[in-house]
Design a protein around this ligand. Structure first.
Ligand code: SAM
Length: 209
């Protein structure tokens, strides 16, 4: 039997994952998520089977493409991805089940969601406290029961970056949950790989009523 006398070095931490996540691509397009969250999202999307995913924060469209490909595998659903500018990669523009909105979440018309039964919302926008709070106030009411509003990147507090975001997502989530008893932090996703082993710290918010 092969005996390893000296184990190879294993060295990574939150900072190294954070730095690498800026370089991740999906089908050649930039996509900015923690590796654990890619896995969690595909589980969540298969669990919820949404008819509509609203994504705030498109950037190059890599995450919209990922979500739309997952919906293709389920065989239904579309993505509405919202930004304030159009930096979408051409490949993403070709997808039939993605619609693009470039006037910010503030101007997204909620009446567009009326025809959909199961709605999932993902906020990967500015991450500033005020914006996250406004997104929660505007979009939480249209999240379907048993579905989610996912608030991305609370991890910035642990990376000591939250002062640039006026305390960012964690403050907004905390206030929102105090005022909205119909939502809970879902430990199934937040704690799947260890306590809040995600960039979406306390951010997988499930609608229970
Ligand atoms: C972190 S990036 C999104 C990354 C993308 N979801 C991905 O994984 O590749 C944040 C994006 O939010 C956008 N953004 C900023 N303010 C916004 C607003 N008010 N409404 C919608 N998007 C906004 C920025 O322009 C930027 O493209």
């Amino acid at each position: 039997m092969l005996k390893i006398n000296r184990l190879p070095k294993v060295k990574f931490n939150l900072q190294s994952i954070y730095e690498a996540h800026y370089k991740v691509t999906y089908r050649g397009i930039s996509i900015l998520h923690n590796p654990f969250d890619y896995l969690l999202y595909q589980m969540l999307i298969f669990d919820v089977k949404p008819d509509l995913i609203i994504e705030i924060g498109s950037y190059n469209g890599g995450s919209a493409l990922y979500f739309s490909d997952l919906l293709d595998l389920i065989g239904k659903g579309e993505v509405h991805t919202i930004d304030i500018k159009d930096n979408i990669a051409p490949l993403v523009k070709q997808k039939k089940n993605i619609k693009f909105f470039f006037n910010g979440y503030e101007n997204y018309d909620l009446s567009l969601t009326k025809e959909f039964n199961k709605i999932l919302v993902i906020d990967d926008g500015s991450h500033k406290y005020e914006d996250v709070k406004n997104v929660l106030m505007k979009f939480a009411p249209i999240v379907s029961i048993s579905s989610y509003i996912v608030i991305e990147d609370g991890i910035i507090s642990h990376l000591k970056l939250s002062k640039h975001y006026n305390e960012g997502p964690l403050k907004a989530i905390d206030e929102f949950l105090k005022e909205n008893k119909g939502f809970i932090i879902d430990a199934k996703y937040c704690n799947f790989f260890g306590q809040n082993a995600t960039f979406n710290v306390n951010g997988y918010l499930k609608r229970i009523s």
